[in-house]
Design a binder for this molecule. Structure first.
Ligand code: NAD
Length: 336
């Protein structure tokens, strides 16, 4: 079995992390054909846009992409590549697991959360206007179709991954119509999974407090776009920050896997960046492709190297470079 995957190395530290991650993936023995596509700064310089059509066309063809971070140029008027991909490919589910790693400093241990964020509507629909000189309005869009679709994704994720419970997060006590519809949609979907996956709901402010005080009570969370954006960073903070946080953007016909962190331009080309988040994103990609055994091997190898702490990057308290860290993980994957 061979997979054709679109590889977008990205900007800043992206190319180093992509090279490191490709090495780890190939060590699993699975055959990949990489359709490498430049996006971001290099594409702006040569093609006048950070997201040329060929990149989207490639993902439409392959159905799956592994993507490094991309610098969003400030003040040039270019649309963010991430927003562009999400909208063009209708990547409606943003999935971010947050799982504690031995060897990564954090205030907590034993965290194992999955944040499922609706990626297409809510206040991110971009409908806002000024109302005279001293007021502005942003419109929050919530539909039953998008809410049920994301709720179903969360429940199916729970079933596929042996998770016990889905918690819907909302503010339906105040936004009775919009968040009320989100909650009602989640309840309707939950009924189809009764007896198989547990269901409960939490008001978002209470959810934030509970995640800080009792994160072990939660499992899979499903949220509208804005709360999902905020709560997923909170969850990343619980396990040691953005440097170790992987992510997936999933649609009906395509999926893009990428780290949560940005392009860290100050570390570009220095062999200092931590490849953990992109390697974990690649493991999510393996699961998406149905390669569960290989995904487990990659995650186990990475966790072992991080836990030992001998060959890790400076942000994890070590002295190894990106390449040496990745080589240690690659060796473990081969040996597993
Ligand atoms: P950033 O994530 O690049 O950096 C934040 C801090 O974390 C910095 O100190 C950085 O050096 C450190 N860091 C990040 N990733 C690291 C890694 N793998 N190893 C070691 N240290 C790491 O965030 P920023 O500085 O706000 O953004 C830089 C650029 O990245 C901006 O242009 C931003 O728009 C872009 N960005 C892109 C994405 C994406 O493509 N998905 C996401 C976030 C930011």
């Amino acid at each position: 079995m061979s997979y054709t995957v679109t590889l977008i190395p990205g900007d800043g530290i992206g190319p180093e992390l992509a090279e490191a991650t490709v090495g780890v993936l190939e060590a699993t023995g699975i055959a990949f054909t990489w359709d490498e596509q430049q996006a971001g700064e290099a594409a702006i310089a040569t093609e006048g846009t950070p997201l040329p059509d060929r990149v989207v066309d490639s993902i439409r063809r392959t159905g799956v992409a592994l993507k490094g971070p991309i610098t969003t140029p400030v003040g040039t008027g270019f649309r963010s590549v991430n927003v562009g991909l999400r909208q063009t490919l209708e990547l409606y589910a943003n999935v971010r697991p947050a799982r504690s790693m031995v060897g990564v400093e954090s205030r907590y241990t034993g965290i194992d959360l999955v944040i499922v964020r609706e990626n297409t509507e809510d206040l991110y629909a971009g409908i806002e206007h000024r109302v005279g000189p001293d007021a502005a309005e942003s419109i929050k869009i919530i539909t039953r179709a998008a809410s049920q679709r994301i709720a179903r994704y969360a429940f199916e994720y729970a079933v596929r991954n042996g998770r016990a419970k889905v918690t819907a997060v909302h503010k339906a006590n105040i936004m009775k119509l919009s968040d009320g519809l989100f909650l009602e949609s989640c309840q309707q979907v939950a009924a189809d999974y009764e007896g198989r996956v547990g269901f409960e709901d939490r008001i978002v402010d209470n959810m934030c407090m509970q995640l800080v005080q009792k994160p072990e009570l939660y499992d899979v969370l499903v949220l509208p776009n804005l709360y999902g954006d905020i709560v997923s960073d909170l969850a990343a903070g619980l396990v040691g920050g953005l440097g170790v946080a992987p992510g997936a953007n999933i649609g009906e016909h395509a999926a893009v896997f990428e780290p949560v962190h940005g392009s860290a331009p100050k570390y570009a080309g220095l062999d200092r960046a931590n490849p953990t988040a992109l390697i974990l994103s690649a493991a999510l990609m393996l699961r998406h492709l149905g390669e569960v055994v290989a995904a487990d091997r990659v995650e186990t190898a990475l966790r072992a190297v991080v836990a030992e702490g001998r060959t890790v990057t400076a942000d994890l308290g070590g002295t190894a470079g990106t390449r040496a860290f990745a080589a240690a993980v690659t060796e473990r994957v081969r040996g597993a």
